[in-house]
Design a protein around this ligand. Structure first.
Ligand code: COA
Length: 253
């Protein structure tokens, strides 16, 4: 079981738990996360959702072997089902990030309501380095959040950035010592036990209203390109290089 779920004191927790592969997310794991989010959305005893990783690793992103063996081909694929559930979740979603949050590990944070990061967190969206393109509206939201210049460093160069940078550019709420991130995130989640759930739900919906149509349109365009790029020789070279623990060679393209 690589996704652990539990509900305690009004908070549904989704824990990514595959430390031996740095919490890389497989299709089955996306589906489990989607199911947990959908269940939390309809369970009236749940007032907030908490997403965590393992100590020292949030997630290394999509499982690269899965990308090679089972490239997502449609909006029915597990990653899309998960992101649809995350974007559609009516309850507040809080992320607790320690260590690396790579690829979809950072993209999913753009769709959470609160993000707490550790002082050793490293976020990155290295899609271009992998021969891919940004996903799930990150090509829209990242430039909106931080301006095109800083977005280009993160999306075109794939530069990693710290938890403090994530706060500064509006992706995260606060940086905390690693041992305090999950405790603080849970404390924020439990505050929703004392707030009226209908008002929280309607307010979250209002806060997302303006960007949701544009985000959905962008996701469709990104998804089509992403699917094509996954099958491209550039991506195959990047994936092979990762598993062969060597630098990719893009000189022939
Ligand atoms: N997909 C599949 N396997 C992955 C993975 C991923 N995204 N990330 C890590 N792993 C595997 C490694 O292949 C390795 O497996 P092995 O022990 O069988 O060789 C194991 O997890 C440990 O990873 P390793 O790279 O040795 O750990 P590290 O501490 O040196 O580095 C990371 C950690 C997260 C920085 C590094 O694993 C990494 O860059 N991963 C890929 C990130 C990425 O590009 N994700 C896709 C984004 S779209």
């Amino acid at each position: 079981m690589s996704i652990k779920t539990a509900t305690l004191n009004g908070v549904a927790t989704i824990e990514i738990a595959r430390p031996e592969k740095k919490n890389a997310i497989t299709g089955a794991m996306y589906q489990q996360m989607a199911d947990a989010l959908n269940a939390a959305s309809t369970d009236t005893s749940v007032r907030a959702v908490l997403i965590t990783g393992q100590p020292g690793i949030f997630t290394s992103g999509n499982d690269i072997e899965d990308f090679m063996q089972r490239p997502p081909g449609s909006t029915e694929s597990p990653a899309f089902v998960f992101m649809k559930a995350l974007m559609g979740c009516e309850k507040p979603v809080i992320a607790a990030v320690t260590g690396a949050a790579i690829g979809i590990g950072t993209t999913m944070l753009l769709h959470c309501d609160f993000v707490y990061v550790s002082d050793e967190a490293r976020l990155a969206m290295p899609f271009v380095s992998l021969g891919l393109v940004p996903e799930f509206a990150s090509s829209l939201i990242v430039p909106q959040l931080m301006g095109n210049a800083r977005a280009a460093e993160k999306l075109l160069l794939g530069d990693p950035f710290t938890g403090a940078d994530a706060v500064e550019c509006g992706i995260a709420n606060a940086v905390l010592p690693a041992s305090e991130v999950a405790i603080h995130a849970r404390r924020i989640a439990e505050r929703f036990n004392g707030l009226p759930p209908g008002a929280v739900r309607d307010s979250k919906k209002l806060m997302r209203r303006a960007r949701s149509q544009a985000a959905l349109e962008t996701i469709a365009v990104e998804g089509e390109l992403f699917g094509k790029r996954l099958r491209s020789p550039e991506a195959q070279e990047a994936f092979s290089a990762f598993f062969q623990k060597r630098k990719p060679d893009f000189s022939k393209f």
